[in-house]
Design a protein around this ligand. Structure first.
Ligand code: FAD
Length: 311
């Protein structure tokens, strides 16, 4: 068995594996795809101390750093079932993989990340990273002085629109329903901004581009049925971040958004099970934050291991 097993090979899982391995404990890492969301990222300019890099490049150095330690890396495997030590015959935490194999560990870290909900309209995939964006903190500055749209009138959409209004030329916020869902205080702030237009009852129907980059967004007015086109340079999709925690439902405490609820040391509601990164209820989801929380949870798990004198 492992002393410390990490499920997830994104920045949170990689950082945790390195911190654990440096303690000299038997460490494993199992991931569907090493690198996680970072693999899908084009430019990264907010990973502090590295002025600018690209996702695949950062993933390659992450992997090289992990491989520098004695970490048992298992990729292309999906974790499908968690059994807490109180319920397992071995007295250890058990993780069953979709392939049928079972991994056993004294302490477990869940770092399965999250995925952005997509609009699922023509052009979205084609122009992902070429005008279609999901993270205003990451990509906002790329649209300085240009017109953009934000899709989604919940808290994250309205926060994104307020944030972007300070950087870009103009923001059009589109909401599918007939009113915004965001907190009143945010809506008030949004309406006070001179370079923001709000369109409700708008169903996005297509992302339009010139083969290189996004040039427009097409939407249908759900009241009149009319099709409209907005000329713009960027589209920020803010219709939800979905944590990869479906397989854990009922096993440990999740927030109403499905995020794993963690304490200050990354501990979950199940003894010996820790979590870090985008899959948790940490309020901000970023590479540097995921790495910090992975390191934090690995230290939390190490503390737990030296205190549980089972073996
Ligand atoms: P993830 O990166 O999501 O990694 C999750 C890992 O878990 C993956 O290895 C995955 O394969 C694995 N996994 C999931 N489920 C299972 C399972 N059941 N079994 C086994 N393995 C599983 N942040 C920034 O700071 N700067 C940026 O510029 C930036 N740009 C972004 C651009 C895009 C397009 C996207 C999508 C995100 C961007 N982010 C950016 C956010 C950043 O990528 C995330 O905050 C960060 O990757 C979260 O790390 P994580 O380790 O928690 O999860």
């Amino acid at each position: 068995p492992y002393d410390f097993l990490v499920v997830g090979g994104g920045p949170a899982g990689a950082a945790a594996a390195i911190y654990a391995a440096r303690k000299g404990i038997r460490t494993g890492l199992v991931a569907e795809r090493f690198g996680g969301q970072v693999l899908d990222t084009v430019g990264i300019e907010n990973f502090i101390s590295v002025k600018a890099t690209e996702g695949p490049k950062l993933v390659a150095s992450l992997e090289a750093h992990v491989r520098d330690y004695e970490v048992d890396i298992i990729t292309d495997q999906r974790a499908a079932k968690l059994t807490p030590k109180t319920q397992s015959r071995s007295g250890l935490v058990e993780v069953e993989l979709a392939s049928g194999a079972t991994l056993k560990t004294k302490a477990l870290l869940l770092a399965t990340g999250a995925r952005w909900r997509e609009m699922q309209v023509p052009g979205e995939q084609e122009y992902r990273g070429r005008g279609v964006a999901y993270c205003p903190h990451c990509d906002g500055p790329l649209f300085k002085g240009k017109p953009v749209a934000v899709i989604g009138g919940g808290n994250s959409g309205v926060e994104a629109a307020i944030d972007l209004a300070g950087i870009v030329e103009h923001v059009t916020l589109l909401e599918f329903a007939s009113s915004l869902k965001a907190d009143e205080v945010l809506q008030r702030k949004l309406r006070s901004l001179p370079n923001v237009t709000i369109i409700t009852d708008a169903q996005t129907t297509a992302v339009v581009g010139n083969g290189e980059r996004v040039t427009a967004l097409q939407y249908r007015d759900r009241q009149s049925g009319g099709e409209h086109q907005l000329a713009l340079a960027g589209i920020f999709v803010q219709i939800g971040l979905v944590p990869n925690s479906e397989w854990l439902k009922g096993d440990l405490e999740l927030s109403r958004f499905g995020e794993i609820v963690v304490g200050a040391r990354g501990e979950t509601s199940v003894p010996g099970v820790f979590a870090a990164g985008d899959v948790t209820n940490v309020p901000y989801k970023q590479i540097i934050i995921a790495m910090g929380s992975g390191a934090n949870a690995a230290l939390g798990a190490f503390d737990y291991l030296i205190r549980s004198s089972v073996e």
